[in-house]
Design a protein around this ligand. Structure first.
Ligand code: SF4
Ligand code: SF4
Length: 130
């Protein structure tokens, strides 16, 4: 399960993800993080069964948490198999099959949005996971 965590850094640099791991024992995979002097945002992946304990701990530490229910979606009618998304994706979500048709491994996606911006045919979008 992916969680989007936002936190303030105005009161100092607290290592909140490390605190969550230490205090809950849950192994947290940080898939994406953007941090500046005033706030931070991290996309983390955790086991589904640990969601409640991790969310509660993050809330105790002053972070806000949103469960990410979106995933990347391909409109096969629009895609022309140009490969632009393959080269820009940092997570190797896209590949070609034997017939050079685009394949998507959506579970690898960290929702950075780069492929959506670069696709010349607007064939990619975010949709709610089913
Ligand atoms: S960039 Fe768009 S059109 Fe090109 S392969 Fe990817 S999804 Fe298809
Ligand atoms: S949003 Fe697109 S570019 Fe970013 S990780 Fe997901 S599939 Fe790759």
């Amino acid at each position: 399960m992916k969680l989007l965590v936002t936190f303030s850094r105005k009161e100092g640099k607290k290592p909140i993800i490390a605190q969550v791991v230490r205090d809950t024992g849950v192994l947290v995979n940080v898939e994406r993080a953007v941090i500046d002097s005033s706030e931070g945002e991290a996309l983390i992946d955790i086991p589904d069964e640990s969601c409640r304990v991790v969310k509660d701990k993050l809330a105790d530490l002053g972070a806000s948490v949103r469960i990410l229910e979106e995933e990347i979606s391909l409109d096969e009618n629009e895609c022309v198999d140009c490969g632009a998304c393959i080269s820009i994706c940092p997570q190797e979500v896209f590949s070609f099959d034997e017939e050079f048709r685009l394949r998507v491994d959506a579970k690898r996606c960290v929702l950075c949005g780069r492929c959506i911006e670069i696709c010349p045919h607007r064939a990619l979008s975010r949709r709610i996971e089913s």
